[in-house]
Every structure is written in C-alpha cells, then in structure tokens.
Design a protein. Sequence first.
Length: 232
Amino acid sequence: MVFAMALILLVEDDRNITAAMVRALTDAGHVVRPVGQATEALKVVTEDQPDLVILDLGLPDIDGTDALRMMRSVSAVPVIVATARRSEADIIALLSAGADDYVTKPFSSGHILARINAVLRRTQAAVAQAPTVIIVGDLEINPRQRRVALGGQALQLTRREFDVLTYLAERVGQVISRRELLTEVWNQSRIGEEQTIDVHISWLRRKLGETAAAPRYLHTVRGVGVMMVDPR
Ligand code: CA
C-alpha cells in the first residue's frame, strides 16, 4: 500500500528534537505542524484534524498523559507517544489512556518513521475498507471523505462524532451498548467512561436537530445503549 502524504501534528517542546523531526518527516513526504504546548496541540487537533499526532509526554503546560486523555475526548486521531518513561506500568497507562503506539526517547528518525507508517497503514486500511456511502433516511454519510449531510446540508462533526454516527449507521435497528461503542469506537474498555458516550451522543443529537425526548435517528434504549433508526 502506498502512503498518502499525511498531516502530522508534532507536539514537542525541545527545539533540537523538533528541528530534527520536522526535517525527517518532511523528507519522508509528510506535512508537519510543530507545536510546543499541549493547549496548542488540542486546538490543532480539533481545528485542522491531522492524520496523526506525535506527542511528547514531558510538556511545559499540561502533563502528557492528561493531554492524551483530553485529545482522546475530542478526537480519534492516531497518537504515537514519545516518552522517556520505560516501565511496563507507564506504558500500560499510556496505551489505556488512548495511545496507539509509543517510542521511548531517544529514538532515531528511522524508528519513528517506521512506527508512523505502521499506524498510518492500519488507519488507511480501515478507511479503504469502508463503504462508499451510507444512507439512513435523510442522512448521508461518506466514510471515505468523512463527510455527513442531513437533508443535503453538510454537518460539521468532530472526528469522534463522525465515528460514532458511522458505527451506528452501519447497524441501523440494532441496539448498541455504550460498552461496545467504547471498545469499538474509542478503543477503550475503561469502566466509568460510559458517560463520555452520553456526552457525545447528546452533541450528535444537537447537530442532527433532535433531542433525547423527541429522537428521530438516535434512540436511547434505557439501561442498554443507543440505536439508530430510519425515521422514514
Ligand atoms: Ca519535553
């Protein structure tokens, strides 16, 4: 598989590492957006929707693991963590906080490029397998272009909202548990995170112009989960 050029968000406060990484990634044909702080990174993730994030854990403003969790709450973007922490417990914590992969510092540019390519291969393969278009009622979802329209009007969804909506639209008429959404869409299975799902569902409802009390597409099945329904 040939890799498309990727937009890579590099979150790193060390100028020397940043300069070396920008050079290596640019030489490999990627577009790099370097930022030095987690707060900036969160803004770029939501606004520019990068294809991949490389996240240094030792940042000046927010602890890297917290930054990762915040990123995960708004985006499904693949994240490779760069860390000096090497203990198994640290690595497990990172992966359960939503990292797709990690590299331990110091690392070579060849090493990080191989990791990047592996992660991109997984995400691009998932995109390539997606159907061309899913239609439910007036809702039209294009998984490859990651576009959604309702009654012909484009909807602006976050990456995560898009993933949830697509997952449900591929399973119209099936009740999907919050646990399944967490595992399949969030790639997480942490107990107590189910409320995150409710928050995203309520944001989605707002964008679809409906409410929990008067649902059209997204029906909550109390105590079980949520089901997409064709309103026609
Ligand atoms: Ca650092």
